[in-house]
Ligand binder design. Structure first.
Ligand code: UDP
Length: 324
C-alpha cells in the first residue's frame, strides 16, 4: 500500500466559527463538560466557508474541490460559479502558499471538450467550444481557469497536483444535478422513461466514487500523498454509449412503483425515450490512465454493472421509496 492517510487534526485543539466567521475557539480539556461544549460548538460548525472570501486556517493538506458540478447549477448563478472557480482557486492557492500546505486541485475532463483524439491523454490540448455550448460557463472557466492559471499557479507554488476528473457517480450524488447516471437511476426508480439524449451513441466513461475518494483505492489521496506533482487523469476507462448505459440501468434497477393492471400489481416496464440534445455535446470521452497506473499505482476497481446497484439504495431513500 502506497496510500498514507493525511495526518489527523490535533484533537484537543479544535476551533470553530461559532459566533462569527473566522473566529477560532480553543477548548482545552475535552473531558466530561468540555466534550459537551466541543460537541455543541461543532454542531454549529458546519465546516463550510465561501472560497470567494479570504480564509485563514493552519492546514497541511488542501483538497480544492469547490465548484458547482452541473450546467443546471452554473446556469442558476453563472457569475458566482466563475467567482467560485477563479477567485476561490486564487484564495486557496494563497492560503496554501501562506501556510505551506500541499495542494490538490480538481479539474475536469470537460477540458477535452469534443475530443479529436481517443482516449484522452493529459497532454491533449482539448477541443472545447466556449461559444455555443450550454455549459459555456464551464468552458470559460476551462479557458481562463485551467488553461492560463496553471502557469500562474506554478509561479505561485512550486508544487501543484491537479486531478483531471472524468464522469463520476455514486451515492450522495444530487438527484437534481441533471447528470446522466443520476437522471437514469431516478427515472428508473420512478418508473419513468429514461431520457436518452440524441443520438444515443455518444460515449462517456464512468468512475464509481469510492475509486475516486475514500477507502482503499482512492485516486485523489494517492495523488496527494504521492511524490508526483502536475496533472493526472483520474477516471474509469470503461466506455459506454448512452444507449448502453440506459439498457444497463433498465436491466439492473427495478422500478418499485407497482401499477394495477388487469387487477394485478405489476412493476412498470421502463422505456427509453429519445430526446433532443444540447449543442456541442461531446461525442466521446475516455480517460487514458497510463500515468495514474504508472505513477500512482492506481486503477479503478468498480465496474459500471457493480456501481449502479450501489447507488440504488441511496436514491431510493431520497425518493422515499421502500425496498419492496
Ligand atoms: N445525457 C442523456 N440523458 C440525460 C442526461 C444526459 O442522454 O438525461 C447524455 C448527455 O447528452 C451526454 C451524456 O449523457 O452525452 C453525459 O452527460 P452528463 O451531463 O452526465 O456529463 P458530461 O456531458 O458533463 O460528460
Amino acid at each position: 500500500q502506497t496510500t498514507t492517510k493525511p495526518p489527523p487534526l490535533p484533537s484537543p485543539l479544535r476551533f470553530s466559527k461559532f459566533f462569527q466567521a473566522n473566529m477560532r475557539i480553543l477548548v482545552t480539556g475535552g473531558g466530561f463538560i468540555g466534550s459537551h461544549l466541543v460537541d455543541k460548538l461543532m454542531e454549529n460548525e458546519k465546516n463550510e466557508f465561501d472560497v470567494t472570501q479570504p480564509f485563514f486556517v493552519e492546514v497541511d493538506r488542501i483538497y480544492h474541490l469547490a465548484c458547482p458540478a452541473s450546467p443546471i447549477f452554473y446556469k442558476y448563478n453563472p457569475v458566482k460559479t466563475i467567482k467560485t472557480s477563479v477567485i476561490g482557486t486564487l484564495n486557496i492557492l494563497g492560503l496554501a502558499k501562506r501556510v505551506g500546505a500541499r495542494i490538490l486541485l480538481t479539474s475536469t475532463s470537460e477540458v477535452y471538450g469534443d475530443p479529436l483524439t481517443h482516449p484522452q491523454l493529459e497532454t491533449y490540448w482539448g477541443n472545447a467550444n466556449p461559444i455555443d455550448r450550454i455549459s459555456s460557463v464551464e468552458d470559460i472557466l476551462i479557458l481562463i481557469g485551467v488553461g492560463r492559471m496553471f502557469n500562474v499557479m506554478k509561479a505561485l507554488l512550486r508544487e501543484i497536483r491537479i486531478a483531471r476528473i472524468f464522469n463520476t457517480y455514486g451515492p450522495r450524488m444530487n438527484i437534481d444535478v441533471g447528470r446522466v447516471v443520476s437522471n437514469f437511476i431516478a427515472q428508473a426508480l420512478r418508473g419513468e422513461p429514461l431520457t436518452v439524449q440524441k443520438p444515443g451513441w455518444q460515449t462517456r466513461s464512468f468512475c464509481y466514487v469510492s475509486d475516486m475518494v475514500p477507502e482503499t483505492f482512492d485516486g485523489l489521496i494517492r495523488l496527494m500523498e504521492g511524490k508526483n506533482t502536475g496533472l493526472i487523469n483520474i477516471g474509469n476507462p470503461g466506455e459506454f454509449t448512452m444507449l448502453e448505459l440506459a439498457e444497463t440501468v433498465k436491466e439492473l434497477i427495478n422500478p418499485k412503483v407497482p401499477v394495477l393492471h388487469m387487477l394485478q400489481l405489476i412493476n412498470p416496464k421502463v422505456e427509453i425515450n429519445m430526446v433532443e440534445n444540447t449543442t456541442g455535446d461531446p461525442r466521446q470521452r475516455q480517460p487514458d490512465i497510463t500515468m495514474a497506473k504508472e505513477l500512482l499505482d492506481w486503477v479503478p476497481r468498480v465496474t459500471l454493472r457493480d456501481g449502479i446497484p450501489l447507488m440504488e439504495e441511496d436514491f431510493r431513500l431520497k425518493l422515499w421509496l421502500s425496498k419492496e
